[in-house]
Ligand binder design. Structure first.
Ligand SMILES: CC(C)(COP(=O)(O)OP(=O)(O)OC[C@H]1O[C@@H](n2cnc3c(N)ncnc32)[C@H](O)[C@@H]1OP(=O)(O)O)[C@@H](O)C(=O)NCCC(=O)NCCS
Length: 405
């Protein structure tokens, strides 16, 4: 007897469950004004609640989107967000049951993948999610000057709030790339992101980059944070970069050029940037660009393992046979032959044994199988199997998502 039941929430249960989420995240409950303005973004669709009687004690949600996998295919993906359990019900299996029901729903609805950004890294591995991308926190300290040889890439213009809200969704789509990890942003994502920006302090501005061909090809969302205090009247602000997207390297360089050119700036801080973004290389003094952190970002869970493994491409190496154990979705359990030509189920003897979390970690190419093997996260009778998996799974560029949810 658990004392609770999990089921989809109704429209009437939207505000109580949103209140539950806010309180679990140590934020005030939504007042009437907030709910009037932003409540519509908290839809009942695809949300499961845990209820003790008729009172919500846990919640999880998701929205449907797609994700680019190595090779460029876009796979149907459930993006999980809004997970919380009421403080007086934690550690009693509530989130475990929510995750179980939610994963079965994803499988029934035909999703190949599920993804999330966890608040803590110790929670979701047990449900088969693995840390699939890394992000770098970059801090540039002024004075920072661009090297004379950095190419001029186009122009940048600031948008007013209404124009930005109208134009960014289409511009994001125009900036589509085949980089693994890139997530589609459905219409529902934008108001949720806007609510988040309001919650963490208004004042975000948007600048758009236009390439030499006259096409808009990138944008940045950023805000200025005053650093001056009464005792330290430093007028130079800090710029916080929330979102920086370019269709290609020229647009990204142009947007960094713009950020670094803004007067009265002391610091530019950008979180979750691709680990290979060459910000230091743009500067006359590369040490002005500091890496404050490199941390896990998007966590990935293969929901339909045969489909997901078959949809990505692989590097050149002799094939390897993986033996997967999937505790939550046992239909995935089995052996898979992975080779340069693709992946399929096999009866051949297993060479690498792993669980769903390790597979989620390997899938986009960020992690090497031999690193996970060294850490005891997968087992191999013959270490050469891990080396072959390295060559098969690792991608040319590290994956990157950049879309928070
Ligand atoms: C994190 C949270 C969702 C976990 O829910 P819960 O109902 O307490 O989790 P469960 O009881 O189902 O625990 C499942 C397992 O995860 C472990 N676990 C739960 N929360 C954990 C945490 N914060 N850190 C490490 N392990 C955790 C439990 O010990 C348990 O381990 P076991 O399987 O070995 O027994 C809940 O504590 C919560 O809502 N916290 C505040 C909001 C939050 O952090 N939300 C997550 C947003 S991504």
């Amino acid at each position: 007897m658990t004392g609770f039941a999990v089921r989809p929430i109704t429209d009437e249960e939207r505000r109580p469950t949103f209140t539950l989420l806010r309180q679990a995240l140590h934020s005030p409950p939504p007042d009437d004004e907030f709910w009037r303005q932003h409540g519509d973004a908290w839809v009942a669709d695809h949300k499961f609640g845990a209820f003790a009687g008729d009172r919500p004690i846990g919640i999880t949600g998701s929205f449907d989107t797609d994700l680019v996998v190595p090779g460029g295919a876009r796979l149907s993906t459930a993006a999980v967000d809004g997970v919380a359990v009421r403080a007086d019900w934690t550690r009693r299996g509530v989130v475990s049951e929510l995750m179980r029901v939610q994963l079965q729903d994803f499988a029934a609805r035909g999703h190949a993948l599920a993804a999330l950004y966890p608040s803590e890294a110790a929670i979701y591995g047990r449900f088969g999610y693995g840390a699939a991308t890394l992000g770098r926190t970059i801090r540039v300290e002024h004075p920072a000057r661009l090297r004379p040889g950095v190419p001029a890439t186009g122009t940048v213009r600031l948008l007013d709030e209404t124009t930005a809200a109208a134009q960014l969704p289409a511009l994001y789509q125009q900036c589509a790339t085949t980089r693994p990890g890139r997530l589609g942003r459905p219409a529902a994502w934008w108001p949720i992101e806007r609510n988040r920006q309001i919650r963490y302090g208004a004042g975000y501005r948007v600048a758009v980059h236009t390439g030499h061909n006259g096409e808009d090809d990138g944008f940045v969302v950023f805000r200025s944070r005053e650093r001056a205090t009464l005792d330290q009247p430093d007028r130079r602000a800090a710029l916080d970069v929330r979102d920086l997207i370019g269709a290609g390297p020229a647009a990204v360089t142009g947007l960094w050029r713009f950020l670094l050119s803004i007067d009265l700036t002391g610091t530019v801080l950008a979180r979750d940037r691709p680990v290979d973004e060459p910000v230091g290389a743009l500067l006359t003094d590369p040490r002005r660009a500091h890496t404050d952190a490199v941390t896990d970002q998007l966590w990935l869970r293969l929901v339909d393992v045969p489909a997901a493994l078959a949809a990505r491409t692989y590097g050149a190496a002799e094939p390897v046979v993986l033996a997967l154990t999937d505790r939550q979705l046992p239909a995935n359990t089995g052996r898979y032959l992975i080779g340069p030509g693709g992946a399929h189920r096999t009866q051949a003897p297993a060479e690498l044994d792993l669980d769903a979390e390790a597979l989620g970690q390997l899938y986009l190419g960020e992690w090497r199988a031999s690193t996970l093997w060294q850490a005891g996260r997968l087992t191999a009778a013959d270490p050469s199997a891990a080396a072959r998996a390295d060559a098969l799974f690792t991608t040319e560029r590290p994956p990157w998502c950049g879309t928070h949810f």
